[in-house]
Design a protein around this ligand. Structure first.
Ligand SMILES: [Zn+2]
Length: 135
């Protein structure tokens, strides 16, 4: 068996998806409506995965969903009924705008502030660029 064949064999043995180019799958929110409010029970978990400050994500969602929001322990409570699909859409948008590196597409980034400007700094490829939208 030559090297190529070995490689093919190894790829086949891998679980599906691993051989593909690393793509960041944005996790879905776990939300439910409670009275007139919407509760996202895995909010802190999501922020951990994105390595983002909860208050940053909270402010973003508050603005995008035009709804008051507050933290309740690890949960996020939105002040009106909002469908999970809409929240997921906004989370995806957030990730695209603030988490994924525009150069290499990896999520290994952090936000840094310099002279009042927020930059995304990628720890994977070293790219650094300012964020236009203010939160
Ligand atoms: Zn990068």
């Amino acid at each position: 068996m030559n090297y190529d064949e070995l490689l093919k064999k190894a790829r086949k043995a891998m679980p599906k998806g691993v051989a593909k180019k690393e793509r960041f799958d944005v996790p879905k929110v776990k939300g439910h409506v409670q009275g007139n409010k919407t509760v996202i029970s895995n909010f802190c978990q999501l922020c951990d995965i994105f390595c983002r400050n909860e208050s940053h994500v909270l402010k973003y969602l508050q603005r995008e969903l035009a709804s008051p929001a507050s933290l309740d322990g690890p949960r996020l409570v939105l002040g009106r009924k909002i469908s999970s699909s809409l929240i997921n859409e906004k989370i995806q948008k957030y990730v695209k705008e603030f988490v994924l590196c525009k150069e290499c597409g990896k999520p290994d980034t952090k936000l840094i502030e310099e002279g009042g400007v927020i930059y995304v700094k990628c720890t994977a490829c070293g790219a650094k660029y300012p964020i236009k939208s203010k939160i």
